[in-house]
Design a protein around this ligand. Structure first.
Ligand code: DGJ
Length: 701
């Protein structure tokens, strides 16, 4: 809800309140919900600003940096007016959140230049999230240069915040990293032209008064800055990265930032719950928003490039027998792609490998009783491709320089409309001719040789993103029934921008159950499990060599959207039976597992997740014993999210018997996991992770 009284504006959600002094462009309060009231006068003047620009005696990092036509960088944005918009305005060319929320528009003007800065605050009451963006309008008569435009500036009271980031690398995404911000500047960013494996845009600032979560609805370079001066305040800036950014704005033109989101919560568990609700309700859209996601089998780790139609059909048969619903044909089905050094861009069928073409193979898979899914990597080009030979100018490279190759490939210059149209045409054709029900949109390198003829160098990164979003939005709109899964060598572009188009995302190329626990745990801090694709793969694991039981590999995937990525024809009869049981269990509980409220579980040597139905009548917990030490502490766990006042029947999946306990005991007592360790299984799986799944059912009164 948005209410105004004089210069004060209240933004209320179900559990939080933000109070702004619009005229002073200051935050007076942001935290737990306040009772109705307007006595904010004494809180004014603390100096926690909503915007900042050079030219004043104020030296924390700035939200807006303009190079004005007068040759200076100074800007003094003074309050002009505010209004409440009933319809949330779209951000031209960019994805953004959607839904019921009302939007506050605030206008500030720099009088000497007549440049205006607009700030937008959309209040999503149901999920306690506020989406914030900024826009610059050049009201002067000359061109100006925009050097930085943060989407959100939030000055937090005091300093010494614990800043949590989700960092990693290929195959090790979203590791929880925390440090105390003891002053100075801390930056979490990406300069790779993608949101990146290295630093996800989701960040948390933890203070004595609660936690703040920040994210950005953008898939390109981002930057989250925390700047503080001792004893003062801590400035949080969230937005596109201003690295190599220099945007020309002619008289009368405007530039809109992507949308940042911010959420206050009393603790990390509540923050994750609110972010999950927000992403599920206001980011993910389309036919698959709340629809149960199919259990798939993907051939990548089963065959890599080495397959033919007989192999694929045999895999599909065994996948069907085990209970899978969708078969995904991954990389290698097009051009002459038998390895990763060629053919990107040649999106026509390799007739030999597909046994007569994609349409025929897809039909055969459908006849087996599975729907068909296809892999593409639309933004890339191999130098060894017909596309490159006929259109070398489609590639992103700087004239006269040898381009940097990654995975032997170059990128397409998606900032060019001709290239965009080409991609829309050929990728649409792949989807139409195979009648695919699912598309995996991959992206396997970072940007290096940013250049497009006629494009200002400082505008390139963002123009690429605008081009990418144009292409992906057109394709997704054309195929509303198709389930799109994003991928960037795993979770390299797992971000809110992409989730506006792709309801789910491939979380990591590391499919080892042990590694996945921390990768999925980190990812689920900011993103709901319905977006987290998780596949059971072969043992020993191809990335780490670790061994884990089939039971553990499956239990880990129950924390996300289940798939299998291994050669299903190699299952022993026992394995086939086990996988059948797994898939049947998953399907039976899929609604709960994919769309329930998910919590993190922990204990000495224990990790886990717990997914609870909205009405709290049923829940499933996956508990994992990571290490076993002789004379180590007795592993225990406290379950979460249950109804404290009711009794539950608790059973272990795959085991006889059950016990009863009250919700409050299950949540507050240290539940002993004494017999979770089993020596025989440990030896068989070289000390792999031990797992157990608990099922909770409310006892009917
Ligand atoms: C990277 C992806 O993350 C993998 O799952 C697989 O699709 C390969 N690309 C194919 O090249």
């Amino acid at each position: 809800m948005i209410r105004k009284k004089g210069q004060f504006i209240r933004l209320d959600t179900v559990n939080t309140t933000m109070v702004l002094d619009a005229e002073a462009a200051e935050y007076l309060y942001y935290g737990s919900k306040l009772n109705a009231g307007w006595e904010f006068g004494m809180y004014a003047g603390a100096g926690r600003k909503m915007l900042s620009a050079p030219g004043k005696a104020e030296y924390l990092d700035y939200s807006v940096v303009l190079e004005n036509a007068d040759g200076g960088f100074a800007a003094d944005f003074v309050y002009s007016k505010s209004k409440v918009l009933v319809e949330k305005p779209e951000i031209a060319g960019l994805p953004s959140s959607y839904g019921e929320g009302k939007t506050l528009e605030l206008k500030y003007v720099d009088a000497p230049t007549k440049v205006a800065l607009y700030l937008y605050y959309t209040v999503f009451e149901d999920s306690d999230v506020i989406a914030v963006s900024a826009k610059i309008f050049n009201g002067s008569r000359k061109e100006i240069r925009l050097r930085r435009l943060a989407s959100l500036q939030l000055d937090l009271p005091g300093d010494g915040y614990e800043v949590v980031t989700f960092e990693g690398s290929w195959g090790r995404e979203c590791q929880y990293v925390s440090r105390v911000h003891g002053g100075g500047i801390f930056i979490n960013d990406s300069k790779r032209g993608m949101s990146s494996h290295t630093r996800n845009p989701f960040v948390i600032a933890k203070g004595g008064q609660g936690v703040y979560g920040f994210n950005l609805v953008y898939s390109g370079n981002h930057k989250e800055t925390f700047d503080s001066e001792r004893g003062g305040l801590t400035r949080a800036l969230v937005g596109m990265n201003d690295f190599m950014f220099d945007w020309r704005l002619a008289a009368g033109e405007e530039f809109a930032s992507p949308e940042a989101v911010v959420c206050y919560a009393p603790d990390e568990d509540a923050l994750s719950g609110r972010m999950h609700a927000f992403v599920s309700e206001h980011i993910i859209r389309g036919k698959w928003k709340r629809r149960e996601r199919p259990v798939l089998v993907n051939n990548w780790e089963g065959t890599y490039f080495n397959f033919n139609s007989e192999k694929i059909l045999a895999m599909a048969e065994s996948a069907k027998e085990a209970g899978a619903e969708l078969f995904v044909l991954d990389d290698g089905w097009f051009g002459k792609r038998d390895n990763d050094a060629c053919s990107l861009g040649d999106w026509y069928d390799n007739v030999e490998k597909t046994g007569g073409g994609l349409a025929e193979l897809a039909d055969k898979i459908r006849k087996i009783g599975l729907s068909f899914g296809i892999w593409v990597e639309p933004e890339m080009i191999s130098e060894d491709s017909d596309l490159y030979r006929s259109h070398p100018n489609f590639a992103m490279k700087i004239p006269g320089r040898t381009p940097t190759r990654m995975r032997h490939q170059l990128m397409l210059n998606m900032a060019d409309e001709k290239v965009q149209n080409y991609v829309i045409r050929v990728i649409s054709d792949v989807i139409s001719r195979s009648d695919a029900a699912y598309v995996k949109w991959d992206f396997n390198r970072s940007m290096t040789d940013c250049y497009g003829k006629g494009i200002v160098a400082g505008e390139y990164f963002h123009r690429y993103m605008l081009g990418y979003y144009r292409v992906v939005s057109k394709i997704v709109k054309k195929f509303p029934f198709v389930l799109f899964e994003g991928c960037a060598s795993g979770g390299g572009r797992f971000d809110l921008g992409n989730l506006c188009y792709f309801p789910q995302y491939w979380t990591s190329d590391d499919t080892d159950a042990r590694e996945r626990i921390s990768i999925q745990r980190g990812t689920a801090y900011g993103y709901p499990q319905s977006a987290i694709a998780a596949h059971v793969s072969a043992c020993p694991n191809h990335q780490t060599g670790n061994t884990n039981s089939l039971r553990t590999r499956f239990a880990v995937c129950c924390g996300g959207v289940l798939g299998y990525e291994l050669d299903t024809t190699k299952f022993t009869p026992e394995e086939t039976e086990e996988v059948k049981e797994q898939i049947a269990f998953y399907k039976q509980n899929r609604k709960l597992l994919q769309f329930g409220e998910q919590y993190r579980l922990e204990g000495a040597g224990i990790e886990g997740f717990m997914t609870v139905a909205k009405d709290k009548n049923t829940a499933i917990a996956g508990v994992f014993l990571m290490e076993r030490h002789t004379f180590g502490p007795l592993p225990t766990v406290r379950f979460k999210g249950l109804n404290a006042g009711v009794s539950y029947e608790v059973s272990v999946w795959g085991q006889e018997g059950s016990f009863r306990a009250n919700g409050d005991l299950l949540m507050n007592g240290d539940f002993p996991l004494a017999d979770l360790f089993d020596f025989e299984t440990a030896v068989k799986n070289s000390g792999g992770v031990m797992s157990r799944m608990y099922i909770f059912k409310k006892v009917k009164a």
